[in-house]
Design a protein around this ligand. Sequence first.
Ligand SMILES: Nc1ncnc2c1ncn2[C@@H]1O[C@H](COP(=O)(O)OP(=O)(O)OP(=O)(O)O)[C@@H](O)[C@H]1O
Ligand SMILES: [Mg+2]
Length: 246
Amino acid sequence: MSQTTQNAVEVHDVVKSFGHLRALDGISLSVRRGEIYGLLGPNGAGKTTLIRAIVGLARPDSGTVTVLGRRMPELAVLSRIGYMTQAAALYPDLSVEENVRFFATINGARDGVDDVLRFVDLYDRRRSVVSTLSGGMRTRASMACALVHQPELLLLDEPTVGVDPQLRAQLWDRFQQMAASGTTIIVSSHVMDEAERTQRLGLILFGKLLAEGSANDLRRRAGVDRLEDAFLKLSAQTPHAVGDDA
Ligand SMILES: Nc1ncnc2c1ncn2[C@@H]1O[C@H](COP(=O)(O)OP(=O)(O)OP(=O)(O)O)[C@@H](O)[C@H]1O
Ligand SMILES: [Mg+2]
């Protein structure tokens, strides 16, 4: 069996620049099917750009992205992917239910709307127009849109920002159940207790993969007890020079 069929995502030596800025600077990583892979890194590190390159929305200048065995970008793969953007992308004048139904329809799903609304705890508010929701409710509605077609690969860009701790814990339980049943999840986060719940973490800095491993691996490698300290220590060891291969 080739690597491509075992891995849900393979990113190989991807470079993406915006003008003079190298948002992705030769990044390579792979994510196994059914794995929860976390992307950690400071503001501007390149996490969102990487997620967009995986989905096929940002076309790399060089390098390749393969998703579910297909070289990206490929339109046909999109219905097998769920993407929750960092800023909730919803139609503000439509109700929660109408938004979710819209995303279900464009991805060829016929049912599951009620289930996903219950899952994000918005069933009682399903008739509310999105513009009247609280911030956390909007995040949850956005998650419902990403989940409704039961994607094989789920990309979540800081999914729990503004979500209360109780629902956050429930969501993570559900992500873990989904992964156990074969869904691959890539999630960016700044929240360390979330990072602990991933199977592997990639530390991203200046568009590069600085270190990769389980939270325990990273702590051990840095020789510290806290993941946050591991991240700071590993980041500090990295030369900041751009285009320096030495
Ligand atoms: N469309 C764009 N045009 C110009 N520059 C961009 C564009 N998208 C991203 N960038 C730049 O690329 C770099 C990486 O941005 P990116 O959004 O990927 O970071 P991030 O790791 O997701 O950060 P955050 O934690 O703040 O969400 C930043 O310097 C950003 O300004
Ligand atoms: Mg981002």
